[in-house]
Ligand binder design. Sequence first.
Ligand code: AMP
Ligand code: MG
Length: 339
Amino acid sequence: MRFCDNSDISPAEEEQIRRGAEIIRSGGVVAFPTETVYGLGANAFDEDAVKKIFELKGRPQDNPLIIHIAKKEDVFLVAREIPKNAEILIDKFWPGPLTLVLPKNPSVPDIVTANLDTVAVRMPNHKIALKLIELSAVPISAPSANISGKPSATKPEHVKKYFGDKVFIIEGEVKIGIESTVIDLTVSPPVILRPGGISKEMIEKEIGRVDVLADSDVKIAKSPGIKYKHYSPNSDVYIFMNRKDILKFLEFERSKLSGKKVLVALFRYLGEEGEKIRDMGFNITLSGRTLEDFARNLFNLLIVAGETYDIIIFEGVEERGIGLGIMNRLKKAGKKMFY
Ligand code: AMP
Ligand code: MG
């Protein structure tokens, strides 16, 4: 699941990264790939530049941004204190898809942290992201590169669809496909505010017990962004935990569904039920052959199928490992739920 991005940067990539870094240094906004999703970045220490991110996305001002750094020791530029468990997690999981919420360094503008006394920071494991931060010579604050409320971008063409020519896009590949795990280390026990690429199980192995923010606690969440509508494609999204229930639903609701374009996304294999669904005339796709595959495909599926289908029906997955992150995004994308 973890990988180390040591691959070489081609001259064409380097050219794009240099241009991106110039834009960041002169107070602009750049879309760039990370291992999780595409980011929309600006100099974290430039209040006016950061403001542009909020404006472009239509992001509520009370939803703070994650700061991205290229060297572990740069965490001191943005955090005022590094607790022992942070040190352990940094050693183990950086560079990687784990964001730490730490006490904020006063040098970070309030707009980045939405006036909170804490700051979210991570070191991405992506050669292009790391080189961009290094050449910009400043930490880069970057949320996902989507219009607020829409599914996150995982390909350059998604970013283009959302922002047209308004932002410079550095092309590259996203390997994980869902956003980083966010863990609040300013409380005891620490709390996972958003599940992602680094699972609860992996974290607990390093620092012992951690809690996961329950869906029911979202309204009073310490992570303000979590309460907002998220990942919503243009279609209705339904999630079923059992594919037999998908079949039943399609049979019972057949007359209501006639005339609607329906896509059924099954996990791992087509199987007997899949064949029946197909024979009933519904469109079928595989969400992925593994959980990692599913995570990588998820936002592309929501964005692309969202343009064609009225309804997307997903077969859900077990909420373990990266499955917890997948189900977290799916439930937010889903307008209706069936179990
Ligand atoms: P995005 O980068 O758009 O995927 O969103 C960043 C996520 O990190 C949101 O869920 C934010 O609420 C969360 N976040 C950023 N800064 C903080 C912070 N200081 N405390 C808690 N959560 C944060
Ligand atoms: Mg986002």
